[in-house]
Every structure is written in C-alpha cells, then in structure tokens.
Write a protein that binds this ligand. Sequence first.
Ligand code: NDP
Ligand code: 8X3
Length: 249
Amino acid sequence: MEKIAIVTGATSGIGEAITRKFLSDGMRVIITGRSSEKLDSLKVEFGDKVHVLCFDVRDREFTKLALDSLPEKWRDIDILVNNAGLALGLEPEFEGNFDDWDTMIDTNIKGLLTMTRYVVPCMVKRGKGHIVNIGSVAGDAAYANGAVYCASKAAVKTLTDGLRIDLANTPIRVTLLKPGLVETNFSNVRFHGDTDRAANVYKGITPLTGDDIADAALYAVKAPEHVQIAEILILATHQANGSTIVRKV
Ligand code: NDP
Ligand code: 8X3
C-alpha cells in the first residue's frame, strides 16, 4: 500500500522538493500552503497522486477544517512534514519589527505545533507514522541580526526532541532536518521582495538545493522500522555553521 504524506509549504523550495521526491518514490502527498495557484498547478501536474489543502498554518480553526475535509482515502497519514516557515527581516534584536516577529513565531513555532496536535493523534491510534520537522542550522546558535528567526528554529529543535520523547513508547519516529544555506524563495521572503539583496545571500558559494534536503528526508523516512534518524545537519560545503560562510569573490 502506498504511503500518504502531508507536506506543509509544498508550494515552494524545500517543501516542493520533498513533495516531488516523495511522489517519485511512489507515495501520495497532501500538498498544503496558501498559494492556491501553485497548489492547483501541482494538482494539474500530478493528478490523483496529490490532494490539495489550501490553508494558512497560523489559522488554527481553518487548519482543522481543512484536515477534517480530507476524503476517507486520504485520512491515514503516514508522514507529516512540518516545513512551512520563514524568516522576516535581518536587523538587531533591539530594532526588530513586531509584525515580523509575530509572523515568524506564529508560523514556525505555533503552526508546527498546530499541525502536530491535529495529525499525530491519528498516527498514535494507528500505531504507525513519522514526523519530519524542518529546523535549521540557525537553531543551533544565534547569528547576527537574526535572533528571532534563530530562536524560532531553536524552538523547533526542542519541540522535536520533546515529541520524540513523548512518542518513545510507540513505533512512531521523529526526525529533525537542519539545513544550512538553501537557495529557495527564502531570502526573497526575508527581504520582503528585494531580489538583489536576496541574490547576494548566495553569492560566491554553491548553496544547497531543495532537492539536497529532499534526499535527506527520503533517507530518514525510508530507514528500516527499527532505525530512527533523529537529526541531520546539512550544510553547504563552504559553510561551517550559521555564521561562518566562506565565499569566493
Ligand atoms: P520558501 O519561501 O521557498 O518556502 C516556504 C514555504 O512555506 C512556502 O511553500 C510557503 O507557502 C510556506 N508558508 C509560509 N508561511 C506559511 C503559512 N503561514 N501557512 C502555510 N504555509 C506557509 O522557503 P524554504 O523552502 O527555504 O523554507 C522552507 C522551510 O525550510 C522553512 O521552515 C525554513 O525556515 C526552512 N529552512 C530554510 C533554509 C534556507 O536556507 N532556505 C535553511 C534552513 C531551514 P505559501 O506561500 O503558499 O503559503
Ligand atoms: C535558514 C538558513 O542560515 O539563512 O534557516 O538562517 S539561514
């Protein structure tokens, strides 16, 4: 029987790459995000292999309605990928923007918790499942001007560890993927659409791609049942941590 995955933020970057990877491995995927246009185009591309749920992970009520609307044949979710997330702004903590902070915390932390709260109980009931949370190297240590984003990803690390503890008496596995520099729409979003500033982030270094992270996600979910890939840190070759990046100029 083919596995069913649900991927938050499947409309772009890492989430889209994981969706494509899982589909090419023969899974069915519930694709989610806010961009209905992109979700619809993935539906046209993949047909019955995907099911579209368009919602904002910050909206608890709507998230529940969306999940409750799943047809019977899509309800037994085997894999939850909590990927939806973002950074907004890059400025000293004492000068940050309140709205940006709220959006990061509501999406990266509370959105992930909402999905976990709604999806994992069914896994526990069925006695099978796998949760893959997308953290970041940013969660390992703060870097200059990024403290709130880094804190949100440190929270993802702690929430993932806590979930693994709380599920240790079940066969359900919990994985944290911590990417470094991945070229996606991430920096465009961070700099509120300033594409030149976003492009500079990847100058002088070969960044990771969404597909590199998708490979790791597939590796974790395909590991034998007795193997729990707890955490993977994936960096670009010329990156040593969140703030040490060596660029060729
Ligand atoms: P992208 O901007 O390319 O993708 C972000 C995805 O998140 C989009 O599909 C977007 O969908 C979705 N999303 C954002 N906000 C919401 C929301 N409120 N509700 C539902 N979906 C939402 O960035 P990445 O692919 O790079 O980011 C994916 C994850 O990877 C994030 O958690 C990010 O923090 C993490 N990460 C990224 C790294 C990088 O260098 N790129 C490195 C380490 C971690 P839509 O707009 O349709 O809602
Ligand atoms: C995204 C990676 O280093 O740009 O989490 O914050 S970084």
